[in-house]
Design a protein around this ligand. Structure first.
Ligand code: SF4
Ligand code: SF4
Length: 374
């Protein structure tokens, strides 16, 4: 890395530069240097959406506002030598964000990829509503101390690591009611808890060999980045760690005494609370309530199927499976007259087809191919 380009968070008269103007200065600066030193003055959204074809390092000196590293891009590294405010790593999709002090509420809220490493403790609602695309790495949140209430609520694939070193509350490193609605991912933790995690959504286990290896492979890098490598030995005692693992769908169902069908739930609860079943009826009585077409056909599809039998990709055996499985009745079989080599062909109707690929998947002879529509 080159010598950093310094971007001051206040002007020549010592007045604070607004978050919007500061963001513009930072975006312009990475055109000239991929190593910036930011003398921040409480600006929000620092490190947000930095598109660059090279790795970008932002070193922060000074107080930062909310949403540090929000919508952070892969290749962006942000280091704050101090504590940070709310929503660190909000909607992050790949940035590595290191906060050497504490962070307040909403850390990693709705994050999809990337790592957030905290050198202290965090406030409420950390690791909530994360997402995970299996084609990418899972989002990770590392916390040296403890986390606040409602941790990992609706976590959907993120990995949390709570080390329990100098926690805010020694008797409870995971806060009140973690893991409510968690549907994916897992949480390593070390230290006492109040046992209030959602039993319907998660269970506590000892780390399996693979999980332990995963943790130990990454622990030195985390500790080095937050400047606490001396803790490695203390944090390498396997018996002191537990893992909160998401329950499978079947386990969740087994734990429930009685499961309501959607229709029963709608009748008993939803329609009862929202008169007529519409939660916006009092706020927006004139709203157009027609169903919104979220599934596209025609040229708005992402992919379209092509029947490749004529090009001999496979030999159609006329089994009708593609025609039968199509959820939109888009596949049709046509009789061909006067052709000795082909008596029939299959085709899909663009105005019905939604590009789901079921015809491709079910065909025993790989005759359908899904092509990207430009
Ligand atoms: S892609 Fe889906 S909707 Fe389109 S023809 Fe095949 S099965 Fe039918
Ligand atoms: S599923 Fe494949 S083999 Fe069967 S009719 Fe369709 S294209 Fe032909």
């Amino acid at each position: 890395m080159t010598n950093p380009l310094v971007i001051k968070g206040f002007d020549e008269e010592g007045n604070r530069i607004s978050s919007k103007d500061y963001d513009e200065l930072v975006h312009n600066a990475i055109e000239h240097s991929n190593h910036l030193q930011l003398e921040t003055f409480g600006q929000h959204n620092i490190g947000c959406r930095l598109y660059s074809d090279k790795a970008v390092l932002l070193e922060l000196i000074g107080p930062v506002g909310q949403r540090l590293g929000a919508m952070g891009m892969p290749g962006t590294t942000i280091i704050s030598n101090d504590s940070a405010s709310d929503d660190v790593g909000y909607l992050n999709i790949g940035a590595e964000i290191i906060v050497k002090g504490d962070a307040s509420n909403g850390v990693c809220n709705a994050m999809a990829e990337g790592k957030v490493m905290i050198g202290g403790s965090i406030g409420a609602r950390g690791l909530t509503m994360t997402k995970w695309n299996p084609a990418h790495n899972r989002p990770e949140l590392w916390v040296l101390g403890s986390v606040g209430d409602t941790f990992a609520e609706f976590n959907c694939g993120g990995i949390g690591i709570v080390c329990g070193v100098n926690p805010k509350k020694k008797e409870n490193v995971l806060g009140y009611r973690p893991c409510v609605g968690m549907v994916g991912g897992w949480i390593y933790f070390r230290g006492n808890t109040d046992g209030s995690f959602s039993k319907n959504d998660a269970k506590v286990l000892a780390p399996e060999d693979g999980q332990w290896q995963w943790l130990m492979d990454r622990m030195p890098d985390y500790l080095e980045k937050i400047g606490r490598l001396e803790l490695l030995e203390e944090l390498s005692i396997r018996d002191e760690w537990k893992v909160l693992v998401t329950n499978s769908v079947q386990e969740k169902l087994d734990l429930q005494d009685e499961t309501l069908s959607m229709a029963e739930y709608k009748e008993q609860f939803w329609n009862n609370v929202f008169k007529g079943g519409d939660p916006l009826s009092d706020l927006a009585p004139d709203l157009d309530r027609k169903p919104i077409p979220v599934i596209n056909t025609g040229d708005l599809r992402i992919k379209e199927p092509q029947w490749l039998n004529p090009s001999s990709k496979g030999k159609c055996i006329d089994c009708h499976l593609c025609e039968t499985i199509c959820p939109k009745a888009a596949v049709n079989r046509y009789d061909l007259d006067g052709d000795d080599t082909a008596k029939y062909q299959y085709g899909s109707d663009d105005q019905k087809c939604i590009g789901c690929g079921f015809c491709r998947d079910i065909c025993p002879n790989d005759i359908w191919q899904m092509s990207l529509l430009k």
